[in-house]
Ligand binder design. Structure first.
Ligand code: DAH
Length: 344
């Protein structure tokens, strides 16, 4: 009987060593420790043994049972550990690897200078307004003293959307000046506004011409506004953008919607006024157009030119950026080359 128990124990351990899944382990348990197992049957039959054999056999059989039970627990734990370890191994994450850097966004250089320009004028009391990029001929031209067949239309190579008659044609605005009319149609003086926005030209592009760029239009209308106010505001603007010491020049120019019209130029930053290729050997770089609002423009929107006067100006935004940062090709702004954009 004792030898049988020994053999039983040895066989059970041998089989256990071959078990390599929890399912097989359960089968092993039923076979060696279950109700119908040989060991259980032996334990049940102890009562039928002669009284002198009973204690020895009982002790031995119970020892083997406990031994098998603890082997079972051990095996179970080691199988569980193994079943956890293999996915941990295959899904291993190396937390010491340096992370991939995020590409951080930034404002486009045009947005930046546009914000800056608007800030300068806001500090001088100008309110910012916006309007449509698809515009009527009336606002873009007619109301600004540029009727059909007026030669000044040649100044604005226009992208037409359709061909209506008498100001009813639609186009992509060639400047933000139409916002003067849109604003004065509904508001009475005093007026102090700027209108930033995108403008379009039907133009072959080169280093200084783009078909899409930005304008900031400015307008002030009130009693007793003079050319001195215009000069003061634009000098201040040029100083804010290009520095206190920058020279600023006013000269006559022609725009149909102002009288007199002026061209504002700043001293060339490359040659400091001596003359170089950038400034065409003049020492000056044209920065913006401006003038005193034409009386006919005021009258057309119902503002009495005998009572009110005003000034207006138009700033080319990319042009300001080029002068400020020494960018020599306007096409870079819409070129989407990160090597350019990341420098701002
Ligand atoms: N709108 C003109 C342009 O884009 C610029 C301009 C010139 C605007 C004179 C004005 C002005 O308001 O008075 O060429």
């Amino acid at each position: 009987m004792l030898d049988r128990l020994k053999a039983l124990h040895a066989q059970a351990l041998d089989e256990l060593s071959k078990v390599d899944s929890l399912r097989e382990l359960e089968l092993w348990r039923v076979c060696h420790l279950g109700k119908k197992s040989t060991l259980t049957r032996i334990l049940r039959s102890l009562a039928t043994l002669p009284a002198e054999e009973r204690p020895g056999m009982g002790t031995r059989a119970n020892e083997i049972k406990r031994a098998l039970e603890s082997s079972l627990t051990e095996k179970e734990e080691s199988l569980q550990r193994a079943s956890l370890a293999s996915p941990l191994e295959s899904q291993r994450l190396d937390v010491t690897l340096p992370g991939r850097p995020f590409a951080t966004g930034r404002l486009h250089p045009t947005t930046k200078i546009l914000d800056e320009i608007c800030d300068v004028f806001r500090n001088m009391g100008f309110q910012t307004i916006e309007g449509p990029e698809v515009e009527w001929d009336y606002y873009n031209f007619e109301a600004l003293n540029i009727p059909q067949h007026h030669p000044a239309r040649d100044m604005f190579a226009t992208l037409w959307i359709d061909t209506g008659i008498g100001g009813k044609a639609r186009l992509l605005r060639t400047h933000t000046s139409p916002m003067q009319i849109r604003f004065m149609e509904r508001e009475r003086p005093p007026v102090r506004i700027i209108a930033p926005g995108r403008v379009y030209r039907y133009e072959a592009t080169d280093a200084t011409h783009e078909s899409i760029y930005h304008n900031v239009e400015g307008l002030a209308v009130d009693k007793n506004i003079t050319m001195a106010d215009l000069k003061g505001v634009l000098f201040q603007f040029c100083r804010c953008l290009f520095g206190e010491d920058r020279k600023v020049r006013f000269r006559c120019d022609y725009f149909p919607f102002v009288e007199p019209g002026v061209e504002v130029a700043i001293g060339c930053s490359v040659c400091d006024g001596v003359g170089c290729r950038l400034c065409g050997y003049s020492g000056w770089i044209e920065a913006l157009g401006a003038g005193m609002v034409h009386p006919d423009v005021l009258a057309r929107v119902g503002i009495e030119p005998e009572v009110y006067t005003g000034f207006a100006f138009g700033v080319g935004v990319e042009r300001m950026s080029m002068l400020r940062y020494g960018v020599d090709d306007i096409r870079l702004f819409y070129g989407n080359d990160l090597r350019f954009l990341e420098q701002f």
